[in-house]
Design a protein around this ligand. Structure first.
Ligand code: PMP
Length: 429
């Protein structure tokens, strides 16, 4: 069954549509943090939380809301009043921390970032954008143009003029051995240099508070607050891409920008992924004067669909009522601690990093500082054999294991997954 589907996939879908594993898995159903493949094999899902299923697979509250709304009406998202869209917008606006916030719903993170770029460039009347090295912001023509991770940026013919600044990652390269304070000063100097080159006529800087696809790397504390201060002097907007870091995943905070809180809320915030717990919701939040700067109509047929909005409302209620941010902090904290203990005695582990339930394990060739993508692939395969799904990422060499389970993960499940990872990491060392 699966080999045949794999062959059919390859025959009809693009080569660049990535699939994990030598023998890719066909997932047929799920419940909670567990999924099953077409052969009936069960897996603990340590990655679905970042992909789609932020809360839990087949969460009854969400599936009920979706099926009730789908059996009532799925009509245009705009042109007529849409109660679930207004209600979700009210809640997201309030949660965003942005004063006088307006919300526009899209169907993906890519489209959310595209819209943020449309707004920022129109508002500032400039198509110059600052983005971070090693970043990922989506797959549209303009989103790949601001994606610093070259492995995910298949064309350089961008409609935007983008300059990439240092700060999101420093694992390797000229800044690798600097202290946090030295790295911060070097990045600030780099930013000032970029601004000098553009004569300050930049629309916005876009940044992920923690780089997701880039391998779950964070800037040093205080760096983005410094950046914000400098950009504000020029009226340059700050776009926080919260597609991976939003909704409490990082445990300590509801949004990733709050880890850099000295700089206050961003001018624009983009979100997507799991807020619909699998239904396709993305969106942009911006203060009214930025959101309303467009002087022509711009609607989305499916962005804000009553069905996805119903899913978003049910999911948001669930995660707030069950304090899943607190769960991410507690269970994620224990998992990070456990993985650090494993990493300390496992030669291929360079670093275990992360916040809450967003955890990266960076792998190197034992005894060196050299990235070890083969080990990452081997660990992924072995975990799969023992019933655990994880992800991978990182810059040009994919050598970081990524762990982002649904936010309802229990301590027992964290322990179960850590035990499988421990064996696979030791075998890869
Ligand atoms: N921004 C970030 C930070 C992401 O991680 C992603 C998806 N990996 C996107 C944007 C694009 O989202 P989507 O795949 O929904 O278009």
């Amino acid at each position: 069954m699966t080999p045949d589907l794999h062959a059919r996939h390859r025959a009809v879908l693009p080569e660049w549509l990535a699939l994990y594993y030598d023998r890719p898995i066909e997932i047929t159903h799920g419940e909670g943090r567990q999924v099953w493949d077409a052969d009936g094999k069960q897996y603990l899902d340590f990655f679905g939380g970042i992909l789609t299923t932020m809360t839990a697979h087949a969460l009854p509250e969400v599936t009920k809301a979706v099926s009730e709304q789908a059996s009532r009406i799925v009509h245009s998202s705009t042109l007529y009043l849409n109660r679930p869209m207004v209600e979700l917008a009210e809640r997201v606006a309030k949660l965003s921390g942005i004063p006088d916030a307006r919300v526009f719903f899209t169907t993906s993170g890519t489209e959310a970032n595209d819209t943020a770029l449309l707004l920022a460039t129109a508002y500032r009347r400039s198509n110059q954008i600052l983005a971070m090295r090693n970043s990922y912001h989506g797959r549209s023509f303009s989103a790949v143009g601001i994606t610093g991770n070259r492995g995910w940026s298949p064309t350089s013919l961008s409609p935007l003029q983008t300059l990439y600044v240092h700060g999101g990652v420093r694992t390797r390269g000229p800044y690798a051995h600097l202290s946090d304070a030295e790295f911060t000063e070097a990045c600030v100097a780099d930013l000032r240099d970029m601004l000098g080159q553009t004569r300050g006529n930049v629309a916005a800087l876009i940044a992920e508070p923690i780089q997701g696809v880039g391998g779950f790397t964070s800037p040093p504390d205080g760096l983005y607050a410094r950046f914000r201060q400098i950009l504000a002097e020029h009226g340059i907007l700050w776009i926080s891409d919260e597609v991976q870091t939003g909704w409490g995943r990082t445990g300590e905070h509801f949004w990733g920008w709050q880890a850099h809180a000295a700089s206050g809320p961003p001018d624009l915030l983009t979100f997507a992924k799991g807020i619909g717990n699998g239904m396709s919701i993305g969106g942009v939040v911006a203060r009214a004067e930025v959101m309303n700067c467009l002087d022509a109509n711009s609607i989305s047929t499916f962005g804000g669909s009553p069905v996805t909005m119903a899913a978003g409302l049910a999911n948001l209620s669930y995660l707030l009522e069950h304090d899943l941010q607190g769960n991410a902090r507690r269970v994620g904290g224990l998992l990070i601690e456990r993985l650090r203990a494993i990493g300390a005695s496992t030669p291929c582990v360079r670093e275990v990093r992360g916040r809450g339930l967003m955890i990266g394990i960076e792998l190197v060739r034992p005894g060196t500082d050299e990235a070890h993508p083969d080990a990452a692939t081997a660990v992924l395969e072995e975990c799969r054999e023992h019933g655990l799904l994880i992800g991978k990422g990182g810059g040009h060499s994919t050598s970081v294991l990524r762990i982002a389970p649904p936010l309802t993960l229990t301590v027992a499940e964290a322990e179960q997954g850590a035990a499988i990872l421990e064996r696979a990491l030791r075998n890869a060392s």
